[in-house]
Design a protein. Structure first.
Lengths: 193, 39
């Protein structure tokens, strides 16, 4: 039985629009797994398999994005904040957001505000995602959010991670807190797409 | 065409990366019946 790789190739050969492959094939599948993950019906390994299936299909679609034949919904810049080297949650969010039709710029871990601002200057319409696992590093979200909003005031910032909650999000002046990757996708869809 | 897109969405949902990837249990309905092992 064919998988995402073979089916994507077949769809392209059949003349299906790359935009349709993204919006009617990849995105609904990714949305469904995101909802199941939120509801604890599936776990990290299943999400990773789905993300891998998306990235396999995306290899065939990349030329169409480059040529402009297919458009992504927006740009999302993500990184784990300064002082924090944990990246599992950040990677899950990045994969889920990419699978839902966004261009993702992953700055990695231990990212300073300067790096976020530099990436933002190259992609002024992008939304920023900040991740932290530790209570000792979550405080850096505040300074990074403030610096981003000082330099580029209209920028949307979403935060997440084990020690984060809505109260902290409001306190640091961030625009959104999500306890799961699907929440980030829903925030982006609401604000950007 | 839409059937193929639907199949693609299911492959994403159940993590069926390519032909060589193992069948996720939820996709068993898609399986080609195996040949009988008995001779």
């Amino acid at each position: 039985m064919d998988g995402a790789d073979e089916i994507t190739i077949e769809l392209i050969k059949n003349g299906t629009e790359s935009q349709d492959i993204l919006t009617l094939g990849l995105m609904p599948g990714m949305e469904r797994i995101g909802i199941k993950f939120r509801e604890n019906k599936v776990f990290v390994p299943q999400v990773l398999m789905s993300a891998k299936a998306v990235s396999t299909a995306m290899i065939h679609l990349k030329p169409y994005f480059a040529s402009g034949a297919a458009k992504q919904k927006g740009t999302f810049i993500i990184g784990t904040v300064l002082g924090d080297l944990h990246d599992i949650g950040k990677n899950l969010v990045a994969m889920m957001v990419e699978g839902n039709g966004y261009k993702v710029i992953d700055l990695g871990t231990d990212v300073s505000s300067d790096k976020f601002i530099a990436a933002l200057k190259e992609n002024p319409d992008a939304t920023i995602g900040l991740s932290a696992l530790l209570t000792t590093t979550m405080v850096n979200m505040e300074s990074i959010t403030k610096e981003i909003k000082t330099v580029l005031p209209g920028t949307l910032v979403t935060v997440g991670g084990a020690p984060i909650n809505s109260e902290f999000c409001n306190k640091i002046g961030s625009d959104n807190y999500s306890p799961d990757p699907q929440g980030v996708v829903e925030f982006l869809n609401k604000k950007i797409a | 065409m839409s059937e193929l897109l639907q199949k693609l969405a299911e492959c994403i949902e159940f993590g069926k990366i390519n032909k060589a990837a193992p069948y996720p249990p939820q996709m068993k309905g898609w399986m080609v019946p195996m040949k009988s092992q008995s001779n």
